[in-house]
Design a protein. Structure first.
Lengths: 403, 420
């Protein structure tokens, strides 16, 4: 497989990334991907070079997507951030935003923990603001029962074909319905879904705030667990595009983990996996008609994966369904970027063309794979949101009602 | 099984043009891109032919077409298709609300940010120099803290050029108040003018300086969107004529053109796969059936009936130089280059003589199909366009976007003709 070209000298300083960077467009405090990434990396290779505007990079990856020379610019930024924090203390805010998995785990272990935590969260927004978490950003509530809990209570039909599902923190703790929809869709395709309880956060929220060593530890844990399955040729599937990007691409760019190349070959986005079944003539296409209209937003972390927009293409197979690609760029949230008090306005400004387009469509619901994109869109455009898997599940259910 | 009629590899102007012609002909089209193409580097003006071999300016692009050598892509494409490609392109621009001016029968000499004149063929309305040529008095307007656009440099250098030396120049500055962060580029000023507040602010500031009836040379800052809303608003409010210059990257005119073309193609149902590094092809019985991308995770296969190779020569990775030979990595097409690689480059990097490697590329027939050393078609459902073509030096003759449009047009028309 093609390794990404980490060498900053591959950058010809052409500025295409500057023209396509949403943060650069939203604030002139950021010196831009070309300068902060490859240009300063050349300095950093010889001596410590602290660039204050590095903190403005949101790791949305539009620079990588636009680069004609294949330089993973955002990854250079994340590595520089990690280097910076090697000798410095993180802020309380960055610690909390990067370790949401710990808090979620705690909340899910206690009786009524989620409800209490949600109550606490709504009361403590003022306190969060004090440490630099925006009191305006759309903080996601915890679900009453985590995905893993709900999954364990589910009786699946057993099939010889199996896939491993990596739910990720957001689906597990905040939006388990998406995971349950995915399981139902796989069952409709005669696949049994395996969920490993010991998987941990993919590490994406850690990497963006410079907790690289912890992210690497998470990566090693996850790869070790998932490799048991991928070594047998059993695919690992994600519904969250940022987890997917981390698990297969950023693990390879950032860390040295034995066997990660071979493992990455078996990682799929849910939409992509189903479309591959379709190509092989194996997809259950017994969809009922859904006479519905939606807008679609392509997460940047999906666009960065080099596989087009499989979720959108999959939805086109459902009769009656009309889904229109908003194609209006980054939503602005970029993981936990938009939750930061000093980044909230930038994040909303980045998303404003998208919000305007979604509102102008007059459609009340937007479909998107990424959980935090959905949060931001609901917040910024005041529309409802769905994951594509929810619609696929409903199309199968509509067919069984008809039969 | 999903299959496309046409797969275009590369999303620069050549690839986007080929996709436009193909989709207008009713084809199912997919574009595989790695990076956003070079329009935001090179710019949105369409050079067709500015200088003949030897560096003498051509009278008009049309006249220049008669002078190109037998290996030149224009010779293979032919005058009729070149004219049709220009018409096709201008129709798209007009339909999308961002019309271009110019024709093959006139060279547009446009001012650059260095105060030189550059020959080109088609330009956005904001680069029309008709009023500039006629004016006795010219205002050169800069923006405070904007890099790479210095009114005194422009005034000084333009004053040395015949046709300008008899004009009087006046320099003015507007402060967009953007200097509290990074270095200011034309893109920052254009984005400021994209906003209603910025446009209002700029209008007021310019009103204090510019007299009605003025002709004003400004950097390319009249909005980032492919329309003339900013230009029209300013010109109407100030009753003046604004002329944008060619400038250094990031190119605003290129960004507008790229935005327009991509939006147009998506509207017609063309699918884009970004970050798609095409690594190899699958060829059966002299026909290509699929191309395969080399992702960081795994390969992905894209099936098609016809393939248009538009991945940008050496710069875009379409051609790769190795000691002693040049390869085309996807289809392994023959590339003609002197076997002594010392002859590829002129060691004097900034000399005024051409670089021989500029003309290294793939030889094609009149349909843009690649040819082998014996002149036989190497693959008959593969078409090669843009910077991968041999026989032209876009830099010295000023023909880059013109070859992109004409070869993109010709390749897609060949696909229609073949019934592929």
């Amino acid at each position: 497989m093609k390794k990404h070209n980490i060498n900053p000298d591959s950058c010809t300083a052409c500025t295409v990334c500057v023209a396509h960077c949403p943060v650069t467009a939203a604030t002139n405090k950021f010196r831009g991907p070309k300068m902060v990434g490859p240009a300063l990396e050349r300095m950093r290779l010889s001596q410590e070079d602290v660039e204050p505007s590095l903190e403005y990079c949101s790791n949305c990856k539009n620079c990588d997507i636009s680069c004609p020379s294949g330089v993973p610019i955002s990854t250079l930024n994340m590595l520089a951030r990690a280097k910076y924090y090697k000798t410095r203390k993180h802020s309380k805010r960055d610690y909390i935003l990067s370790h949401s998995e710990q808090a979620a785990k705690l909340a899910s272990m206690l009786p009524f923990g989620a409800a209490l935590a949600n109550m606490g969260m709504s009361m403590s927004r003022g306190m969060m603001k004090q440490i630099g978490i925006s009191d305006k950003a759309p903080m996601p509530p915890y679900a009453k029962n985590s995905f893993v809990k709900q999954f364990k209570a589910l009786r699946q039909q057993s099939y010889p074909d199996k896939v491993v599902f990596y739910p990720g923190c957001f689906i597990n703790y905040n939006d388990p319905g998406v995971g349950m929809d995915f399981v139902a869709v796989m069952q409709a395709n005669k696949y049994e879904v395996i969920v490993e309880e010991n998987l941990v956060c993919c590490g994406s929220p850690l990497v963006v705030n410079g907790f690289l060593e912890e992210a690497e530890a998470n990566a090693k844990t996850n790869v070790q667990i998932l490799k048991k399955w991928t070594d047998q040729g059993i695919p690992v599937i994600t519904c969250c595009t940022s987890c997917g990007l981390m698990l297969k691409q950023e693990y390879q760019e950032l860390f040295h983990i034995e066997g990660v190349e071979e493992y990455a070959k078996h990682l799929y986005d849910a939409g992509e996996f189903l479309l591959e079944l379709y190509d092989k003539g194996c997809l259950n296409t017994n969809f009922g008609t859904l006479k519905e209209q939606y807008m679609y937003h392509a997460p940047c972390h999906l666009r960065a994966q080099g596989m087009g927009l499989p979720g959108l293409e999959l939805l086109e197979l459902i009769p009656g369904l009309e889904v229109k690609n908003a194609d209006a760029g980054c939503c602005g949230i970029s993981g936990n970027y938009g939750f930061k008090d000093d980044k909230y306005d930038i994040s909303m400004k980045i998303g404003s063309p998208l919000f305007a387009k979604l509102q102008a469509s007059g459609l009340e619901t937007t479909v998107s794979e990424c959980g935090t994109c959905r949060l931001q869109i609901a917040h910024g455009a005041k529309v409802k949101t769905l994951h594509p898997m929810t619609l696929v599940r409903r199309a199968y259910e509509a067919a069984s009602v008809k039969n | 099984m999903r299959e496309n009629d046409v797969i275009v590899i590369g999303a620069g102007l050549a690839g986007l043009m080929a996709a436009a012609v193909a989709v207008q002909g009713g084809k199912k089209v997919m574009v595989l891109s790695l990076g956003a193409g070079t329009l935001t580097i090179g710019g949105g003006i369409i050079d067709v032919l500015g200088y003949a071999d030897g560096g003498k300016p051509v009278a008009t692009p049309s006249a220049g077409l008669l002078q190109v050598g037998p290996d030149h892509p224009y010779k293979k494409i032919g005058r009729q298709a070149i004219e049709e490609s220009i018409r096709f392109f201008k129709e798209i621009c007009a339909a999308e609300g961002y019309p271009y001016i110019g024709s093959l029968h006139e060279t547009q000499w446009i001012p650059t940010a260095a105060g030189t004149l550059k020959p080109t063929c088609l330009v956005p309305k904001t680069m029309d120099t008709t009023q500039l040529k006629a004016a006795d008095h010219v205002v050169v307007l800069g923006f405070t803290a904007l890099k790479d656009f210095y009114p005194h440099l422009i005034t000084e250098n333009l004053g040395k050029i015949s046709g300008f030396s008899n004009k009087s120049f006046e320099m003015m500055m507007v402060d967009p108040e953007l200097s509290d962060g990074r270095d200011v580029t034309a893109l920052d000023v254009a984005r400021w003018l994209d906003t209603p507040e910025g446009l209002k602010d700029c209008t007021e500031k310019m009103r204090k300086l510019i007299k009605p009836g003025s002709v004003v040379i400004i950097p390319p800052v009249l909005g980032t969107r492919p329309d003339y809303a900013v230009a029209d608003s300013l010109e109407q409010a100030l009753q003046c004529t604004l002329v944008e210059t060619a400038a250094v990257p990031p190119s605003i005119t290129g960004l507008r053109l790229q935005t327009m073309m991509v939006a147009y193609l998506k509207k017609l149902g063309v699918r884009f796969v970004e970050q798609a590094l095409v690594g190899r092809s699958i060829v059966e019985n002299g026909k290509c059936t699929a191309v395969v991308t080399a992702g960081i995770d795994r390969e992905r296969t894209y099936y098609g009936k016809a393939f248009i190779l538009a991945n940008g020569g050496f710069y875009g990775g379409g051609l790769m130089a190795e000691p002693g030979h040049v390869i085309e990595p996807i289809f392994n097409l023959p590339v003609f280059a002197p076997s002594d690689h010392e002859l590829w480059a002129n060691a004097d990097l900034f000399s005024s003589s051409p670089q021989p490697f500029a003309k290294i590329g793939i030889n094609v027939d009149e349909k843009m199909r690649p040819l082998d050393a014996d002149g036989q078609v190497a693959l008959d459902n593969v078409f090669v366009i843009g910077r991968n073509l041999q026989g032209y030096d876009f830099c010295f003759e000023k023909s880059g976007n013109g070859v992109a449009l004409a070869s993109g047009y010709q390749a897609a028309m060949s696909v229609h003709g073949e019934g592929n």
